[in-house]
Design a protein around this ligand. Structure first.
Ligand code: 5SP
Ligand code: FE2
Length: 217
């Protein structure tokens, strides 16, 4: 199980140091939540901030775009140093064109589905995707409760990939903790985003190690 700490829960005044710290604590990816106050009712940061903190680690930047028109901004996030860009199937941009734009930039594309979107929404694009992100909370805020009823979607997507011989990573985002990660792992999740569980822990390295140990038990 890979762990991607969500920087949404970090101290924004020290974002660079927080990334450095997560690197040392055993994070696999850095998860960066971009929100535009339109697609979701919250506003965070954009490409210039990501560019400013890029040099604090060599670990992959997993950029989760919660914005209405991702296609318009892919070049900016590519230049800022994203390694993986995930965007929402529910956004206004053409899904195929957005995936192609990400790939043309030499970046790994991922498609995200909100809780009310069925697993089948990603099926037409699976052969072009590096990752599918299944939201286990409504996007917009950290610290919400895990929706275990999203896990059958993970199993459906895994089964479809297996049927078609595709190796697409499945990421789960929202409410991941020591009490919920086992269910996610058992459903077939490969990467778990964790904000609160890692940043609000007294010892973040221990928190990441515990999450991995529970997932792999
Ligand atoms: O994309 C989002 C929220 O929209 C997430 O990445 C959260 O930031 C995860 O936070 P926790 O639920 O782990 O606190
Ligand atoms: Fe996220």
């Amino acid at each position: 199980m890979k762990i991607a700490p969500s920087l949404l829960s970090c101290d924004f005044a020290k974002m660079g140091e927080e990334i450095e710290k997560m690197d040392k604590c055993g994070a696999d990816y850095m998860h960066l939540d971009v929100m535009d106050a339109h697609f979701v009712p919250n506003l965070t940061f954009g490409a210039p901030v990501i560019k400013a903190v890029r040099s604090y680690t060599e670990k992959p930047f997993d950029v989760h775009l919660m914005i209405s028109e991702p296609l318009k901004y892919i070049d900016d996030f590519a230049k800022a140093g994203a390694d993986i860009i995930t965007f929402h199937a529910e956004s206004d941009s053409d899904i195929s064109k957005t995936i192609d734009k990400i790939t043309e930039n030499g970046i790994k594309p991922g498609l995200v589905i909100k809780p009310n979107t069925p697993a089948s929404a990603v099926f037409p694009y699976l052969d072009k995707l590096f990752m599918v992100l299944v939201m286990t909370v409504e996007p917009g805020f950290g610290g919400q409760s895990f929706m275990a009823d999203m896990l059958p979607k993970v199993q459906e997507i895994k089964a479809e990939c297996a049927k078609r011989g595709l190796d697409v990573l499945i990421e789960a985002d929202g409410g991941i903790s020591t009490s919920t990660i086992k269910q996610a792992a058992d459903a077939g999740v490969d990467v778990c985003v964790a904000g609160t569980a890692v940043f609000k822990a007294e010892d973040s390295a221990k928190a990441i190690a515990e999450l991995k140990a529970i997932a792999e038990k």
